[in-house]
Design a protein around this ligand. Structure first.
Ligand SMILES: Cc1cc2nc3c(=O)[nH]c(=O)nc-3n(C[C@H](O)[C@H](O)[C@H](O)COP(=O)(O)OP(=O)(O)OC[C@H]3O[C@@H](n4cnc5c(N)ncnc54)[C@H](O)[C@@H]3O)c2cc1C
Length: 373
């Protein structure tokens, strides 16, 4: 089939690569490939760290996608020559003080019910497990929550797609897609993967601003640290080459996503309290982008009605988990494009689920969660 993918963030790129691999003739359109939320993302593959009461379907979707990552990363690496820095040391969920630790423990019942492995560490065990930590009240080790560098994943996918990626903004038309200069690209199917910008087509998608800060340190943590620090949520994600990513703010926000002093100061203060060695870290970059939020925090994956014969498939609304969900999303989208069987775990995430609840344009809320991805 001839397929147009609109949007070359991690989701659109993963969908396009999967479709090419399965023999389809694909073009991807984006004026700034990899420049959306993918650029800000910390790259945590963290279904357990993101688990929340009432979101079992999303947790199962995340677990299913997390299991694909080791093979996916190895395949991308072998085919593109780009090392995507997949790290499998697991994650520590940390409470700085007693109240913070109580909050961290609130999701453990959800993990137990879903059979997700974790181990509680007392104050001393936490420090001996991760010597870069300050005096914390305790922690929970989640061995299956890993991380990857999303920028390198995008680079690998862009290499594999080569000149199939075209730097242009596109809009959906009955016969395919159209460009600002009036030309059109006719095709059999259009995949819409425009991240937070999908709101013009899909009203349930809304922008939620997030900021991450890249630092360079000599002594970085050995695994991902997600913490509550005297009520503030923060994470510190280690990368190759001495880099760590500190994040992330989360704010309902519609205009251009810019980094603000308040959010940056709060994040850095919490990060330095958690890991005192960050005091002498070099600040490399501060990045703000919009996450594509949805009313139930889950993505919209699947076909929507279109006037013409061209199949229109949505791959939007990945909110805090687009990196985690990219490999599974690619498989689900390919199945929808080909009219094949869709994995059961993804069926609850069809775009039609909001049809009876058109008034739902805001999230059910993320208050009380731990550090936002
Ligand atoms: C601060 C922050 C931290 C995060 N951390 C994590 C994390 O640790 N783990 C995780 O799993 N997720 C994380 N996320 C979420 C993740 O980044 C998103 O869910 C993911 O990037 C969504 O991917 P996407 O491809 O749908 O959107 P994007 O990456 O935003 O890409 C959308 C693309 O569409 C293009 N586009 C838009 N309109 C058009 C058009 N009309 N024509 C052509 N192109 C168009 C844009 O230029 C853009 O490149 C984080 C997000 C933020 C902001």
């Amino acid at each position: 089939m001839r397929v147009a993918v609109i949007g070359a963030g991690i989701v659109g790129l993963a969908c396009a690569e999967e479709l090419v691999r399965c023999g389809h003739d694909v073009r991807v359109f984006d004026p700034d490939p990899g420049g959306g939320a993918t650029r800000a993302a910390a790259g945590m593959l963290a279904p357990a760290g993101e688990a929340w009461h009432g979101e079992t379907g999303l947790l199962r979707l995340g677990v299913a996608s997390a299991r694909l990552w080791p093979e996916y990363a190895a395949r991308l690496q072998a085919a593109s020559g780009v090392d995507v820095d997949l790290r499998t040391e697991g994650t520590l969920l940390i409470g700085q003080d007693h109240d913070d630790l109580q909050q961290v423990r609130r999701t453990l019942a959800v993990l137990s019910t879903e059979g997700i492995a974790f181990r509680e560490l007392d104050r001393r065990e936490a420090r001996s497990d991760e010597p870069t930590l300050s005096r914390v009240a305790g922690a929970v080790l989640v061995p299956e929550d890993h991380n990857v560098n999303p920028r390198l994943v995008a680079e690998a996918l862009l290499r594999l797609l080569g000149d199939r990626v075209i730097r242009a903004r596109a809009t959906v038309r009955d016969g395919g897609v159209a460009f600002a200069n009036g030309t059109e690209f006719g095709c059999d199917a259009v995949v819409v993967a425009t991240g937070a910008e999908a709101r013009s087509l899909v009203p349930q998608v809304r922008p939620v601003r997030g900021e991450t800060i890249r630092l360079r340190v000599i002594d970085r943590p050995s695994r991902v640290l997600r913490a509550r620090v005297h009520g503030e949520t923060v994470y510190v994600v280690p990368r190759a080459g001495g880099e760590v990513v500190v994040g992330a703010s989360e704010e309902e926000h519609a205009s251009e996503p810019v980094a603000t002093l308040g959010a940056v100061v709060r994040l850095l203060h919490a990060a330095r309290t958690l890991v005192p060695g960050l005091e002498s870290a070099e600040v490399v970059e501060i990045t703000a982008r919009h996450r594509p939020g949805t009313p139930d925090n889950g993505p919209l994956l699947g076909p929507v009605e279109a006037p013409g014969p061209v199949r229109r498939v949505l791959a939007v609304g990945h909110y805090r988990g687009g990196v985690l969900l990219a490999p599974l999303t690619a498989q689900v989208v390919r199945a929808h494009v080909e009219g094949e069987h869709v994995p059961a775990v993804a069926r609850p995430f069809g775009p039609g689920r909001f049809a009876a609840r058109q008034d739902l344009t805001h999230a059910q809320g993320t208050q009380g969660r731990d550090a936002a991805s």
